[in-house]
Design a protein around this ligand. Structure first.
Ligand SMILES: [Zn+2]
Length: 331
C-alpha cells in the first residue's frame, strides 16, 4: 500500500522530464554547492512561485532553476533521486525526457549531461529499467535542434528516442521535420508534445510531419472527431499528465479532464507525471487524482497501466512480462 491508498500498480513512466523532478530543497542544496545565486529567499519563497497561470509562467521558473545543475555529478544526483522513488511508486520502466539545449546554452558540455544521467540509470538498473529521450526545445531554432542531435551522436547507444517540448503555441511540429527525419534515420524513436496548449492540428502535424510513435499530452485531440478516429484506428499512444494539465490551466479542474472521454473513445491513453516537482506529484499521485477526481475504476486504472507498458519502447518479451505484472495486480 502506498501513502495515497493504491497498492503500487505496476506502470511505465513515459512522460517525465528529468529536470522536472528537481525538488525545491535540491535547488537550494545544489545552488549552495555550486555557488549559484538564486532569486528566492528560501524554499518556501520558491514554492510560493509554483502558482502557474499557463505553460510559459511555469517554463520561466523551470529554466531559472536549472541554473543550479552544473556538473556530471549534479545530473547523476538528480536522476538518482528520481529513480530511487520508482519502486515505491510501482514504476517498473522509465523513458525520461531531458533537454540538452537548456544546459549546453549555459556552457555545460552535453557529455556531462548524458554522462550524469546514464550514471544514475546504470546505478539503479537492478530496481528499475530506464532509457533517455532527447528533447528539442521547440521555441528555439530548428538549426539548433540539428546541432544538438549532431552533438549527441557519439552517445546514441544510450538514447532511445527524440522528443519535442517547451512552449508549444506558435511552434508547430512542422518546424522540425528535417531534424526528425535525421533522428529516425539514426534509429531513434520519435515522440512529440502536441495538443497540450496547442490545437488538435498540431497532433495531426506531429503524426504526418514527424512520424511520431507516441503523442505527449494530445488532450486537445478530442476537439477533432476525425483525428480521434485516426488515433483509435492506429492505436497511437497518448501520454496524458492530469496534474500538469490542471496546474497549467490546460483544463479548468481535474473533474473536467478529458481522460474519461479519451478512454471511452478507445484511445490508447496512459497517465504520467510530466514535471512532478512542480505539479504536485509523481506517478502514483496522478493515478490517485484520476481515481478520486474522475471516478475511474480499478479496472480503468489497470487499463491505463497496461497502455503504458504497451506504449513503451521495450522489447516484446519485456513488454509481455510487464503486462503480466499489470494483469496480476490486485487493488
Ligand atoms: Zn511534458
Amino acid at each position: 500500500m502506498t501513502t495515497t491508498g493504491i497498492p503500487p500498480l505496476p506502470k511505465a513512466e513515459l512522460h517525465l522530464h528529468i529536470e522536472g523532478t528537481l525538488e525545491p530543497e535540491t535547488v537550494f542544496e545544489l545552488a549552495a554547492r555550486n555557488d549559484v545565486a538564486l532569486p528566492y529567499r528560501d524554499v518556501e519563497d520558491l514554492r510560493a512561485r509554483y502558482e502557474f497561470t499557463d505553460l510559459q509562467s511555469f517554463l520561466d521558473v523551470y529554466y531559472a532553476n536549472m541554473a543550479v545543475l552544473r556538473t556530471r555529478a549534479d545530473f547523476a544526483e538528480l536522476a538518482s533521486a528520481y529513480l530511487r522513488r520508482c519502486p515505491g511508486e510501482g514504476v517498473r520502466h522509465v523513458e525520461m525526457f531531458f533537454d540538452p539545449q537548456a544546459h549546453t546554452a549555459r556552457g555545460i558540455p552535453i557529455e556531462d549531461v548524458i554522462g550524469g544521467l546514464t550514471d544514475a540509470v546504470d546505478e539503479h538498473a537492478g530496481s528499475v529499467s530506464a532509457g533517455l529521450i532527447l528533447c528539442f526545445l521547440r521555441d528555439r531554432p530548428a538549426s539548433e535542434a540539428a546541432d544538438t542531435l549532431r552533438a549527441a551522436e557519439p552517445h546514441l547507444d544510450r538514447i532511445v528516442g527524440v522528443g519535442l517540448d517547451s512552449a508549444e503555441v506558435g511552434h508547430p511540429p512542422s518546424k522540425f521535420t528535417d531534424v526528425f527525419d535525421r533522428a529516425r534515420g539514426l534509429g531513434l524513436k520519435p515522440v512529440a508534445h502536441a495538443g497540450e496548449e496547442g490545437p488538435a492540428g498540431y497532433v495531426r502535424e506531429a503524426l504526418d510531419e514527424l512520424g511520431v510513435l507516441r503523442v505527449d499530452h494530445g488532450i486537445r485531440a478530442v476537439e477533432d472527431d476525425d483525428l480521434v478516429a485516426r488515433l483509435r484506428r492506429d492505436g497511437t499512444p497518448l501520454t496524458v499528465c492530469p496534474l500538469s494539465n490542471v496546474r497549467l490551466g490546460c483544463v479548468p479542474g481535474i473533474g473536467l479532464h478529458p481522460l474519461p472521454e479519451m478512454l471511452a473513445a478507445g484511445l490508447k491513453v496512459s497517465v504520467h507525471s510530466d514535471d512532478p516537482a512542480y505539479f504536485g506529484g509523481y506517478a502514483d499521485r496522478n493515478y490517485t487524482a484520476v481515481r478520486d477526481g474522475l471516478g475511474l475504476s480499478a479496472e480503468q486504472l489497470r487499463t491505463l497501466a497496461a497502455n503504458s507498458m504497451e506504449a513503451s519502447f521495450v522489447d516484446a518479451a519485456t513488454r509481455d512480462a510487464l503486462l503480466a505484472e499489470v494483469a496480476g495486480w490486485r487493488p
